[in-house]
Design a protein around this ligand. Sequence first.
Ligand code: ADP
Ligand code: MG
Length: 413
Amino acid sequence: MTPAGTAASAVADAADLFRTLTGSEPDGVWSAPGRANLIGEHTDYNDGFVLPFAIQQRTAAAARLRTDGRIRVASTFAAEPVEVALSDLEALFPSDGVPALAEWAAYPLGVAWALRAVVPAWASATLPGVDIAIASEVPVGAGLSSSAAIEGATGSALNALWTLGLDPVTLAQAGRRAENEAVGAPTGIMDQMASMLGVADAAVFLDCRTLATRSVPLGFAEAGLEVLVIDTRVTHAHSTGGYRERRASCERGAAALGVVALRDVTPADLPRAAEVLDDVDFRRVRHVVTEDQRVLDAVAVLDGSAVLDGSAGGLRDRAQALGALLVASHASMRDDFEISIPELDTAVDVALAHGAIGARMTGGGFGGAAIALVDSELVTPVSDAVRAAFAACGFADPHLFTVAPSDGPRRDV
Ligand code: ADP
Ligand code: MG
């Protein structure tokens, strides 16, 4: 099983597109990764904990300054480039819900717009224009955050070319702002932080309330473990009622329990929650509260501070303990949060039945992908079993590939 792509292809494709667009060489090429969420689902907007990692599939932005104060963005995904004066971005965003330009272009142009808040030069309009050509190997809409990757690549290119000197967290915040306000997608900051702070063979432990982060070594490479992504190819949409309803349940739960966010509720508070909430809201709250605890437990396991059968355990014991947390996370999303679908349940069940150490749906739910923690030599048999099961159920052919915990943004050329 080969990864969906290597960074070299996105970098080369972005540079090629740049040459076609402008007839000249870019000043540089910058790239940023997509991400997979190991554990911690629907906890981000509840001020809770998440444990994602950046993946090796990246989005690249080939870019060059121009002298006329205009910004032009092109993508291998789109037929036409989009060009506006930097001074017109203010009027374009925040959008009023009627897109004034192709939706995809709101991601890179939204990042340029969002950077205005942190760039003093913006006010004096001294920033030069820029041409940006984008290519990606992060699958779109598979729960791997192609959106954070395009934001991170664009932000990194602009940060360098405009010599802004911004740190990764500030760039992550600009990406989130672009996504929330320019694109209009109500997402948390996990994706951007995971992409911007990625470290090879480590996960990003993020406290979504304080934005404190810590790199947590995973040791998957040493243990011979791979993360297999099973993309069901059932598309999800944040705008669908299901996502809004879940958020509303969480807000009602926090209000009824008298806390700012569900982050402030612990598993010990759940009996009281059961008394004051109706059954549906209670189960939504129970998912978030137990999921936060599972993230903390996963970090303790990976740190080696959790006691496993009387010891901190070797790599293998830790992987097993992590796997059990992944399985519990999936059950909670399936039964309490009710955001799984038959394709995701089948992917998880079949992967586990064929030797995966753990598996869970990942991402917002109602479609998208599952991940499975698998010994390297079992990647092919598990993949074959999942494909066969999907065919037997009459589901669409799943897209299967591995992701490896990888470094964050970088300049490639
Ligand atoms: P994901 O789970 O992949 O992040 P989103 O819906 O959040 O899904 O973001 C996907 C959207 O981001 C695409 O529909 C497109 O508008 C934009 N996008 C992502 N990558 C690219 C790219 N390389 N070129 C142009 N647009 C992109
Ligand atoms: Mg996204």
